[in-house]
Design a protein around this ligand. Structure first.
Ligand code: PDD
Length: 285
C-alpha cells in the first residue's frame, strides 16, 4: 500500500481525495515534477526544485513551500514507500474554487506527492534499443513549463504506441525538438547534439546531466538545432528522461538508425550515468 502526501497529511493513497472543483481536475491548471530516487536518495533535487519554481512562476501559482520543506516532504515520502529506487511525483494545482477561467481570489494550492518503485528500462530494452516515430508537435508554445495539462503529450505518445514504438519525436517547423515525454539527442560524426533550451522543449534534468557528463569526460557535444533531416543521417539517436534514463532509439519510422543497434557513444554515456547513480546510492553525491 503506498503512502501519499496531500495538503499537509501523509495517508494511504486510497484515502487521499481532492475536490471535484480542483482546478487541476477542471482545467489542468497546475504543474508537476518527476524526481527519481536511487538508494532512497533524491536525484538532482536542487535542479528539480529550481525547475519547479520556474514552472510555478510560469503559471503564476505561489510556491507553497521552501526548498527545505520540499526536501523534507520528499524524503519522508521516499521513506514511507517501497523500493530502494523510486519515482517521486509531485503536483501543485491552483486549488479548488467555483469554476471560472480567471484565477480565484482565495484558493489554496493543492499539493500532492506520491511515489512508485522505479525499475529502469530492463536489460532487454537496453540491448535492443527502442523504436520511435516522428510526428508533428501539436503542443502549445510554453513547453518549458512542466504543466499537468498533458493531453497533447498523451495523444502523441499513444500515436507512437499504436505504431509499435516507444516514443514520438516531435517536429515543429522542420526542427526535431524533443520526445512526447523525453529529451532528444543525436550523435553525428562523433559529436553529441541536443537542441538548446527554449520555450519549445522541457529543460530536462537528465539532459543537463548528460551534457555535464559529456563535458567532464571530454566527449564533444553541442547544443544546436536538429533538423528533421538530421535524424535520418544520425549515427545514434537517444532519448532521456528521469524514468527512461538514456535510451537508444534503434529504429525510426521503421528504418534502422545506424546499424540498428545501440551505438558506442550511447554505451559510454549510459555507463557514465550508471556510475553517477551509484555514487548517489553510496551517498557520495
Ligand atoms: N517527463 N520532455 C518532456 C516533454 C517530458 O515530459 C520529460 C519528462 C522530459 C525529460 O525531463 P527529465 O529529464 O527532467 O525527466 C523532457 C516525465 C518523466 C513525465 O512526464 O513522466
Amino acid at each position: 500500500m503506498s503512502t501519499v502526501y496531500l495538503n499537509g497529511d501523509f495517508l494511504p493513497e486510497e484515502d487521499a481525495c481532492v475536490s471535484v472543483l480542483d482546478r487541476g481536475f477542471i482545467f489542468g491548471d497546475g504543474v508537476y515534477e518527476v524526481i527519481p530516487a536511487y538508494g532512497r536518495r533524491p536525484f538532482r533535487l536542487q535542479g528539480h526544485l529550481a525547475r519547479l519554481q520556474d514552472s510555478l512562476d510560469g503559471v503564476r501559482i505561489p510556491n507553497p513551500h521552501t526548498a527545505e520543506q520540499w526536501q523534507y516532504l520528499i524524503e519522508k515520502i521516499i521513506d514511507a514507500n517501497e523500493g530502494e529506487d523510486q519515482s517521486v511525483y509531485l503536483q501543485i494545482t491552483r486549488g479548488a474554487a467555483k469554476r471560472d477561467h480567471a484565477f480565484p481570489s482565495n484558493a489554496t494550492p493543492t499539493v500532492l506527492i506520491m511515489s512508485s518503485p522505479l525499475s529502469g528500462a530492463g536489460a532487454e530494452l537496453l540491448k535492443s534499443g527502442v523504436a520511435a516515430i516522428t510526428t508533428e508537435d501539436i503542443r502549445w508554445v510554453y513547453c518549458h513549463i512542466k504543466a499537468i495539462c498533458l493531453l497533447p503529450n498523451v495523444l502523441l505518445r499513444q500515436k507512437a504506441i499504436d505504431a509499435q514504438s516507444a516514443e514520438a519525436i516531435l517536429i515543429r517547423d522542420g526542427l526535431a525538438t524533443e520526445g512526447a515525454a523525453s529529451n532528444l539527442f543525436i550523435v553525428h560524426d562523433g559529436i553529441i547534439r541536443t537542441p538548446s533550451k527554449g520555450p519549445l522543449l522541457l529543460p530536462g534534468i537528465t539532459r543537463d546531466l548528460v551534457i555535464e557528463l559529456a563535458a567532464q569526460n571530454h566527449i564533444p557535444y553541442e547544443e544546436a538545432n536538429i533538423l528533421e533531416a538530421d535524424l535520418t543521417r544520425a549515427d545514434e539517436i537517444w532519448l532521456t528522461s528521469s524514468t527512461k534514463e538514456i535510451l537508444a532509439v534503434t529504429h525510426l519510422n521503421g528504418t534502422p538508425v545506424g546499424n540498428g543497434k545501440p551505438g558506442p557513444l550511447w554505451e559510454r554515456m549510459y555507463g557514465l550515468y550508471q556510475q553517477y547513480k551509484q555514487l548517489l546510492r553510496e551517498g557520495k553525491m
